[in-house]
Design a protein around this ligand. Structure first.
Ligand SMILES: [Zn+2]
Length: 310
């Protein structure tokens, strides 16, 4: 291997390691009896990972709702919980206590859930939003830190209320075919396109992440109304849920917006990269990649410290 190749391999390995926590993680089950986390010996130690601190917050900061920072580096004040049962939605993995978001996100989810049956989607199974005070998490996700991201399963809500145990242990249906080049026609339905389209058409939505194979299907099935396609971005993983990200709320001056989505539908040739062998069948790197150090409080906006006060 030449030096150039080695550098390229290292950069690729780093990219995969960096993206991995959210990108390629398989589905994890929860438990109906989660064990409480042990008390931290030195919570004030500047080296303490921020996820250890925010992962121990069980209630929101009781102040006006405010987003602080960026989707993958921030926290949330005055979060609201999405109720665990709605007429047309159910929250999954209750043991994680991640059904908290900015009130605008909760309202969006309620709006989308109501639209669901009108577009042929029986109801939403809702995965992770954020922790009660946002911030980094002990497991999964590099984003979902500011109460503006939500994962929605690509499995419709069943006709009955799921039990606590089912909400922890049920697995979502993977929508991508075994060769990863398209959706699995055995499980994909027109209603899948319709529910993602309904989400993308909501003006509050900033972007949506789906697997490239799903994006390919959406491009094919969009028909003449294609205005919503640019918001739907191809990404690693995301083969059993779609990830909705909403815009910075107006009353949150400390919310850092993301670069606007690039112009164009991101269909056809724009998807080719995602179906190359390097992406579909990544080779393990011969150079072991160093894991990224976890975020500490110094990496987050200073105002996030106030979120840790009792
Ligand atoms: Zn997500």
């Amino acid at each position: 291997m030449t030096t150039k190749q080695k550098t390229r391999a290292a950069v690729f390995a780093f990219t995969i390691a960096f993206l991995a926590p959210e990108a390629v993680s398989a589905q994890t089950r929860g438990t109906v009896n989660p064990k409480p986390l042990p008390t931290l010996a030195k919570p004030d130690d500047p080296a303490t990972p921020a996820k250890e601190l925010f992962g121990r917050q069980s209630m929101p900061a009781p102040v006006e709702a405010r987003v602080i920072g960026f989707y993958s580096k921030g926290c949330l004040a005055g979060a609201k919980a999405l109720p665990i049962n709605g007429k047309t939605w159910l929250v999954m993995r209750l043991s994680r206590n991640r059904n908290w978001g900015h009130p605008s996100l909760v309202q969006f989810l309620e709006r989308l859930a109501e639209k669901g049956p009108k577009v042929g989607w029986h109801g939403l199974l809702v995965g992770d939003l954020s922790q009660p005070r946002g911030g980094p998490m002990l497991t999964g996700h590099s984003s979902h830190q500011v109460g503006l991201d939500a994962d929605i399963w690509l499995t419709p809500m069943p006709d009955r209320e799921l039990t606590r145990r089912e909400r922890e242990e049920m697995l979502a249906t993977v929508m991508v075919a075994a060769d990863r080049k398209d959706i699995d026609p055995e499980v994909w339905t027109p209603a899948h396109t319709e529910i993602i389209k309904a989400a993308a058409k909501d003006p509050i939505v900033e972007r949506i992440f789906v697997n490239a194979a799903i994006k390919k299907a959406l491009c094919r099935e969009a028909g003449n109304d294609r205005s919503w396609l640019p918001k739907v971005r191809p990404y690693y993983g995301h083969d059993y849920h779609f990830h909705v990200r909403i815009k910075c709320p107006t009353a949150s001056p400390d919310c850092r917006p993301q670069e606007p989505v690039p112009e164009g539908e991101a269909c056809g040739k724009d998807l080719d990269y995602w179906f190359t062998d390097a992406i579909l069948y990544p080779k393990p790197s011969p150079i072991p990649s160093k894991p990224k150090p976890p975020l500490t409080m110094a990496d987050l906006p200073p105002a996030c410290r106030q979120m840790l006060a009792p």
